[in-house]
Design a protein around this ligand. Structure first.
Ligand SMILES: [Zn+2]
Length: 234
């Protein structure tokens, strides 16, 4: 029995908020960390911006295809346990990750908000038709019309999808337990979401490194894969 296990099983409305740290155990680098995805590249905030996509689509395309796509990555114990809580106890998952692993782990679509979009929703900017990620990886141009393809990730300078924002706020406002995992809470507006929690909601952060959390929050400083290995739906 662990503190996290007790809290999760006692709560009625759990919301998990996840970041890059939950996918590192699946072999996807923790972006923004020193040895992570963004180290040693041209400013990623530019390469992943709407401006870059518009002005220098090749640069954007090269960065996305070379540094962000991990087709062989599989969900780890964190994704799996969260999916189980989503299936059996109606927990909601709001993720910053664009890797699709929460979905691959079996999280029902209605219990998942991919706050920053995802890689697999590829479409043509010119004609709007969808394409597969494999087609995108072969060529950034749409075979049908020659327009430039893009993924469904939210780029710097683009607004968060309204439906995602609405669903996130609704979940957070009604949560009695918020569990923040694998994110240092530096990216807004994602980080600002917790300020919409109810006064009675408990806030728990699971992270290897101590992170700054609100005063009454509980910091569980541990490897999240270890922590979630001892969690079970009761
Ligand atoms: Zn097209």
């Amino acid at each position: 029995m662990t503190e996290l296990n007790d809290l999760l099983n006692q709560a009625k409305h759990v919301v998990f908020m996840t970041g890059a740290g939950v996918s590192t155990a699946s072999g996807i680098p923790d972006y923004r960390s020193k040895n992570g995805l963004y180290a040693g590249q041209e400013a990623p905030e530019y390469l992943l911006s709407a401006q870059c996509l518009q002005r220098e689509p090749q640069k954007h395309y090269d960065f996305v295809t070379k540094s962000m796509i991990y087709p062989d990555a599989v969900p780890n114990v964190i994704h799996e346990k969260m999916a189980e809580f989503a299936q059996k106890k109606g927990a909601m998952i709001i993720t910053q990750n664009i890797d699709g692993l929460h979905s691959k782990a079996g999280t029902p679509a209605e219990k998942l908000v991919e706050f920053h979009g995802n890689l697999t929703n590829v479409y043509c900017q010119k004609c709007g038709q969808t394409a597969t990620l494999a087609e995108y990886q072969q060529d950034m141009h749409h075979k049908g019309c020659g327009g430039i393809l893009r993924t469904g990730i939210v780029l710097y300078g683009e607004p968060i999808n309204e439906d995602n924002l609405r669903r996130s706020l609704a979940a957070i406002e009604s949560a009695d337990l918020l569990v923040v995992v694998g994110t240092s809470f530096v990216v807004y507006p994602f980080a600002g979401l917790i300020s919409y929690r109810s006064l009675h909601a408990k806030l728990v952060a699971v992270n290897k490194q101590r992170i700054s959390i609100p005063e009454n929050g509980v910091m569980i400083q541990n490897d999240a894969t270890k922590e979630f290995s001892s969690v079970n739906v009761e």
